[in-house]
Each structure stands twice: as structure tokens, then as C-alpha cells.
Design a protein around this ligand. Structure first.
Ligand code: HEM
Ligand code: HEM
Length: 141
């Protein structure tokens, strides 16, 4: 990610790209922590730490992505290359990322603090983002 983007956009892109994998490494700890509590057992300390990392890193990702969206609206978008079909596909995927990442952080927040019933949608969201990342990294390569 270089041509046509401001330095702030590039820094935010790579900061988020480093933080998102943390969510996949730490996400499973939440289910394990809750399961232990429901069974009347003490949750693993390492799981409790990962649980906290997931919540705070996830909130940071959501906030950083919202800032990116504002910066993009102010600075404008990159001039995508390739034929019309490819440019449209890239544009759809890029817009989709803003919606998916901000939506995912919002769902996580709702599941944690307001209504746990949305948790399955957060899990589905994590698969969708994984599929989008696969397409995105393949396109970048
Ligand atoms: C969680 C991880 C990632 C997210 C959420 C993400 C999201 C995005 C978004 C939304 C854009 C478009 C920026 C805009 O027009 O406003 C973009 C551009 C780009 N990303 Fe990522 N990205 C991620 C990881 C990666 C990785 C791992 C790579 C490289 C292997 C990569 C390579 C690129 C490149 C080359 C562009 C510029 C594409 C162009 O405009 O022609 N990204 N990314
Ligand atoms: C974009 C950011 C995020 C990503 C990519 C993400 C990803 C994930 C993943 C992969 C899991 C494990 C799913 C599984 O069990 O298979 C998970 C679980 C969970 N995450 Fe996130 N997460 C994000 C942000 C957040 C935030 C901000 C919060 C709370 C403030 C949160 C709360 C939760 C909760 C409560 C679960 C447990 C759901 C369950 O097991 O049913 N997440 N997340």
C-alpha cells in the first residue's frame, strides 16, 4: 500500500493489519473463560489475559478504522489501476472492509457489554473478514 495514499493512511493501514491477527489468536479464550465460570471452575490466567487483550485491541481496531474512514473521506481515495471490472471489485472490497471491521468491533462491544445474544454474528463476522483478507492479500500479491 503506497501510491496515492497519505502517510497517515499507510501507517493506519499497517497498524490495523498487525492488530487484526491478534484477534484471531485471542478470540477463543473468551469462550473458554465463560465455560470455566459456568462450570464453577477458576478460568485459566492466560485465558483471562487473552480475553482482556481481545477486548481492548478490538476496541482500538474499531476506533482506528473509524479514524481511517474519516481520513479517507477527507484525503480521498487512491486511483485504482486495472480494467473497470478489477477497479470495481477492489472498490467493493475496500468499502466492505470499513463496514466489516467497524461492524465487527461494534458487534463485539454489544456482545460484551449489552447483549451476549449477538455473539454468534460476531463469530460469523470473523469468518467473513478472514475470507475478505484472503481475497485482499491475493489481490495485493
Ligand atoms: C486486517 C488487515 C487489513 C485490512 C483491514 C486492510 C484494509 C484495506 C483497505 C480498506 C484498503 C483500501 C484503502 C482505501 O482505499 O481507503 C487497503 C489497501 C491496500 N492493502 Fe490492505 N488491509 C489489510 C491487510 C493487508 C495486507 C496483509 C496486505 C499485503 C499483503 C495489504 C495490502 C494492501 C494494498 C497493496 C493496498 C492498496 C490497494 C490499492 O489501492 O491499489 N493489506 N487495505
Ligand atoms: C475487528 C475486531 C475483532 C475481530 C477480528 C474479532 C474476532 C474474533 C474471533 C476470531 C473470535 C473467536 C470466534 C470463535 O470462537 O470462533 C472472537 C470472539 C469474541 N470477541 Fe471478538 N473480534 C474483534 C473485536 C471485538 C471487540 C471490540 C470485542 C468486545 C468489546 C469482542 C468480543 C468478543 C467476544 C465476547 C467473543 C466471544 C464470542 C463467542 O465465543 O461466542 N471482539 N472475536
Amino acid at each position: 500500500m503506497k501510491d496515492g495514499y497519505t502517510l497517515v493512511q499507510i501507517l493506519l493501514h499497517w497498524l490495523i493489519a498487525v492488530l487484526v491477527p491478534m484477534q484471531y489468536l485471542t478470540g477463543g479464550s473468551i469462550e473458554r473463560t465463560h465455560h470455566a465460570v459456568h462450570m464453577g471452575l477458576a478460568p485459566d490466567r492466560w485465558d483471562i489475559l487473552q480475553h482482556s487483550v481481545h477486548i481492548y485491541t478490538g476496541l482500538a481496531i474499531g476506533a482506528l478504522m473509524a479514524i481511517r474512514l474519516l481520513v479517507r473521506l477527507i484525503s480521498g481515495a487512491n486511483h485504482l489501476r486495472g480494467n473497470v471490472g478489477l477497479r470495481t471489485a477492489a472498490r467493493v472490497l475496500h468499502h466492505g472492509f470499513y463496514a466489516a471491521i467497524i461492524g465487527q468491533a461494534t458487534l463485539g462491544f454489544v456482545a460484551s457489554y449489552l447483549w451476549y445474544g449477538v455473539a454468534p454474528y460476531h463469530v460469523i463476522g470473523s469468518w467473513i473478514i478472514l475470507a475478505m483478507l484472503f481475497l485482499h492479500v491475493s489481490a495485493a500479491a
